[in-house]
Write a protein that binds this ligand. Sequence first.
Ligand SMILES: Cc1ncc(COP(=O)(O)O)c(C=O)c1O
Length: 449
Amino acid sequence: MPTNTLIAPKIKTALPGPNARRVLDGDQKFVSPSYTRSYPMVAERGQGIVVTDVDGNEFFDFSAGIAVTSTGHCHPHVVAGIQKQAAELIHMSGTDFYYESMVTLAERLSKIAPMPGPHKIYYGNSGTEAIECAFKLARYHTKRQNVIAFYGAFHGRTMGALSLTASKPQQKRRFAPLVPGVTHIRYPDVYRDAGTQDPEAFAISCARFIEDKLFRTTLPPEEVAAIFVEPIQGEGGYVIAPTVFMQELRRICDRHGILLVVDEVQSGVGRTGKWWAVEHTGVQPDMVCVAKGIASGMPLGITMTRAEIMDWAPGSHASTFGGNPVCIAAALATLDVIEREDLLRNASGVGHHMLKRMADWPAKHKLVGDVRGRGLMIGVEIVKDKKTKEYSAAERDRIVQLAFERGILFLGCGPSTIRIAPPLIVTKDEADVAMDALQDAISIVEDGA
Ligand SMILES: Cc1ncc(COP(=O)(O)O)c(C=O)c1O
């Protein structure tokens, strides 16, 4: 399919351009080397799905700042909400004072929660803090110490969340000892691990391992506070948990009084075409962790629970900045935009269009092992060999680099997957442009491989 030249991104300089180079030099001198930049994109402005760099090059952002700018960059309604709030009250601290928007947002989230109310909501500043809160609350409420999480999971980088994370060794290297009491088990990566088994039987067996092995050998169930699960693993490689797996986790939790915590930090707020990815499975969690897309780029983390679970005493947990008024204003405006512009339907429709167009890539492209996704959370897994499914990180990184040079911003995730996560406002035409560029990049790397 030819690229739609009317809406193509505009690359005017060799990348990185001269202004970008200056920033990169300064960054190298002054900024922490722990960040993981894939290519030298130096952003200056953003509008909708377009980001302009410091040399005037325009890119289509199919990463949304790691699945954050849900309503696109600088949506006028979100900007207006932020500006109005910034002129009225920037900070007060919900830890010690009250302000109405904390209640307003809680009420709105309660209406769209994936489990029946009443609900209670805790405000932090980031995804990792939403998880940190859930971890502490699960222990507090149940008076149990242990939790279960999954290989491939990414729940954040503060010590509690990092203890649940099992994505890449570098994230944990030299940071031990971590929080004790976390047991990791296999996540149902059907493409990679089901082998000749029926995918559903394989997925159920991953969940049943908890009762069949863990609870019979090392982990007394009455000492387990919570199971933490991403309905779709994000950093782990955009791996979708089959419905039967989520249902089995729910049954196990119910049988043993364990809390089911879903991490919707990346998959939530409409990204998959529903408010929450867990809704695709019909499973009702006990707690939901939210961040990234909720405030279109302002820092906000939220832990939402059934009301009776959030039973901790004053002083148990809080944060000076958590639920900052400007961030809450951005979140309220984000919810307005998602509702008014029917973005759940758009995410679902454009995502479906993309998945349909990419469905034959594994057959057509020797480097593409799998294409999978829900809504606008789509992963293209790059492999060296279709039979062995050997990871192919170098080729994946090269493809992402070539796409950047063609004006499309993607990020990697997992050992060798390309992550497609544009703002929820993206159109089918824009998606076609991005897929053309991606396919072009894949073909070039294949020809050289
Ligand atoms: C599923 C999931 N949980 C938690 C986090 C941590 O969020 P943050 O980087 O805002 O701390 C992330 C970040 O990528 C994530 O994808």
